[in-house]
Design a protein around this ligand. Structure first.
Ligand SMILES: Nc1nc2c(c(=O)[nH]1)N[C@H]1C(S)=C(S)[C@@H](COP(=O)(O)O)O[C@H]1N2
Ligand SMILES: [Mo]
Length: 203
């Protein structure tokens, strides 16, 4: 048995349903830190969240206002394209749906481009962005989200590879059509379903 099979067997023996671990993934109890560039210093006193693109009016929130939108809890597994899976992560934040309900999107909207404070972007079809589990998270394991993991606020879209979950999130643009973000332009799959192993463009 190779490393991946041994790792899976260990968690299955401990009672984890094998179906929770996507193909080609191993479970880690650590939490790797992965991103391009340096961790930005994000001051919540200056932070804004902006929605633009196909909306009746551009919308902007400050930190307190944004946090006051409908709260959401999430208990989920996360899957990184570099092959680690972390089970049973616990998040709190603002549900994406609550933000969506606070704007006036054009009926032609079908996708979004989510961005961070520095220029990283990730695209999502609207149906995926608005799934029940999707949230803008500010709390992990009942503590403020660490800057290295995207604090003070990051997107979490648990059903897709974790590169879609933009750290240090600053807003999103509403689009008529899905278009590739940062990694999607650099060889990663446009959609990124871990259970279909959609890692690279042609997977
Ligand atoms: N702003 C920003 N968000 C990002 C990234 C990044 O480079 N910049 N990397 C993505 C990738 S590739 C992964 S795997 C996850 C890693 O999140 P973590 O460091 O909390 O494990 O963040 C995603 N979100
Ligand atoms: Mo990643």
């Amino acid at each position: 048995m190779g490393f991946f099979d041994r790792n899976r067997a260990k968690y299955v023996a401990a009672g984890v349903d094998s179906a929770r671990i996507p193909p080609g993934q191993y479970v880690t109890e650590r939490w790797p830190v992965l991103h391009e560039g340096a961790v930005p210093a994000v001051d919540t006193a200056l932070w804004t969240f902006t929605v633009d693109g196909l909306v009746a009016e551009q919308r902007e929130w400050g930190w307190e206002e944004f946090r006051a939108l409908d709260a959401s809890d999430l208990f989920t597994d996360i899957h990184c394209v570099t092959k680690w899976t972390k089970l049973d992560t616990r998040w709190q934040g603002v549900s994406v749906r609550a933000v969506w309900d606070a704007i006036e999107p054009d009926p032609a909207a079908s996708a979004v481009m989510v961005r961070d404070v520095g220029g990283y972007t990730a695209n999502l079809p609207l149906d995926d962005f608005l799934r029940d589990g999707s949230m803008f998270a500010h709390t992990f394991d009942a503590k403020p989200l660490e800057p290295e993991h995207g604090g003070p606020m990051r997107l979490v879209v648990p059903h897709l590879y974790f590169w879609k979950s933009v750290k240090w999130v600053a807003g999103f643009t509403v689009l008529a059509e899905d278009e590739p973000g940062y990694w999607e332009q650099n060889g990663y799959h446009i959609y990124g379903d871990p259970f279909q192993e959609q890692r690279f463009t042609n997977d």
